[in-house]
Unconditional design. Structure first.
Length: 403
């Protein structure tokens, strides 16, 4: 099965194609942007351009053997390195490296057969040191068919979080410092700040913005057969990301897609954060396992969207992303007196939690602390004066003392 056509990013495509046509395309590129906006697909398009037999200032020809092989991810000089789950140890570094290569090949085969997959993964994935050792060994070979080899390293920020050590990133850095002329590297990252500064300094960056909602909606309708109103609502939630939009859809049959399930779960976190009852916050946190905080990344991203909608509910209800909860959001903001400035301050607590999750702290402690901070930041304190206490008593219907 061939890859689907690259959607959008016309300006970026023209810039890359013209630089290549003029002989000015850097040997190491860093494509960065939000998750799922098409960075890997764009990287594969660049690889196709580099391996095309008849490229032009508009892009690859799409007809030659090199283009056809690249579109099927079968070109012998195109090497796509994606994060994988670490296989069980085989007892020696060499055998462990072989197991990682088998896992990579298996993942590439899956992407060949099912190219339309969401960016979300419920499993911890990484670009392990053994994977980069395999890449370096392959880079030492000469091209098989074209005049160059192209290495696409996806989600390059995962190079840093290997066993609390930058070994994998340093191994790649050695190759980026003085790459042979026959090698081109394309790195993609949704979080370039997590890359080693030395890697960022040795790559030329190209930012890929989100796609228009209309483009995402049209893609879902044409490529996945999604009904128009559902496609429009999904595209709104995805914020210009086809990869994320696919995550809101069920993979097979009925039910929620993985990101839709996380959207509902993150709503429950927000609801508990705003609750008057502290026990609800502790109870919610204890529902999570005591380990595996890195798996909370998508949940925290979903919570960020809900916080953004809290601010929009006060000033611009028409800009809500979670429109199916619009009435609740507007009512909650009015009843609790939440203002946009408080929401902006709450984002700091969320960003701190995301940094802690990357460090793999205890998820129960992380979430309980986050919900407490969100409550203190978002919910204005109750009045403590005598008049305020009497008002609260009247609201509760409790009898008042006389005299």
């Amino acid at each position: 099965m061939s890859l689907h056509e690259l959607v959008g990013h016309r300006e970026g495509r023209l810039a890359v194609a013209r630089a290549f046509d003029a002989g000015r395309l850097p040997q190491a590129l860093l494509l960065h942007g939000a998750p799922g906006v098409g960075k890997q697909r764009f990287g594969l398009w660049i690889a196709q351009l580099l391996l095309c037999g008849k490229p032009s200032a508009e892009g690859p020809c799409g007809q030659c053997q090199g283009c056809r092989l690249a579109m099927r991810i079968e070109h012998p000089d195109l090497h796509w390195y994606v994060p994988v789950k670490r296989p069980p140890s085989k007892g020696s570094p060499q055998r462990d490296d072989e197991a990682l290569e088998e896992a990579r090949q298996s993942r590439i085969q899956e992407l060949r057969s099912r190219p339309l997959q969401p960016t979300h993964s419920s499993e911890p994935l990484g670009l392990h040191l053994g994977t980069i050792r395999n890449l370096r060994r392959r880079a030492a070979n000469r091209p098989s068919m074209a005049s160059r080899q192209v290495f696409l390293v996806a989600n390059a920020e995962e190079l840093v979080s290997q066993e609390a050590s930058p070994e994998a990133a340093n191994a790649l850095l050695k190759l980026l410092e003085e790459p042979p002329e026959s090698l081109t590297f394309i790195l993609t990252s949704a979080e370039p700040g997590r890359l080693l500064p030395t890697i960022r300094s040795r790559t030329s960056s190209l930012y890929l913005p989100g796609l228009p909602e209309e483009a995402v909606s049209t893609f879902l309708q044409e490529m996945r057969g999604v009904e128009a109103s559902k496609a429009e609502a999904t595209a709104r939630l995805a914020s210009g990301s086809i990869g994320r939009a696919l995550g809101y859809l069920p993979d097979e049959g009925e039910g929620d897609g993985p990101l839709e399930a996380l959207r509902k779960e993150s709503f429950r976190l927000l609801r508990d954060a705003l609750s008057d009852d502290p026990a609800q916050r502790f109870s919610r946190a204890l529902q999570y396992a005591p380990s595996g905080a890195r798996g909370l990344r998508e949940l925290l991203l979903g919570l960020e969207v809900w916080l953004r909608d809290l601010a929009a509910a006060r000033t611009s209800p028409e800009a809500l992303l979670n429109r199916d909860a619009g009435d609740w959001l507007v009512r909650t903001v009015e009843e609790l007196g939440i203002d946009p400035a408080a929401v902006a301050r709450s984002m700091e607590a969320l960003h701190d939690a995301r940094a802690q999750a990357a460090g793999n702290v205890n998820p129960q402690l992380l979430l309980s602390g986050l919900l407490i901070r969100l409550n203190r930041t978002l919910v204005p304190p109750r009045p403590t004066s005598l008049a305020g206490m009497e008002e609260r008593l009247r609201e509760s219907g409790a009898p008042r003392r006389s005299g």
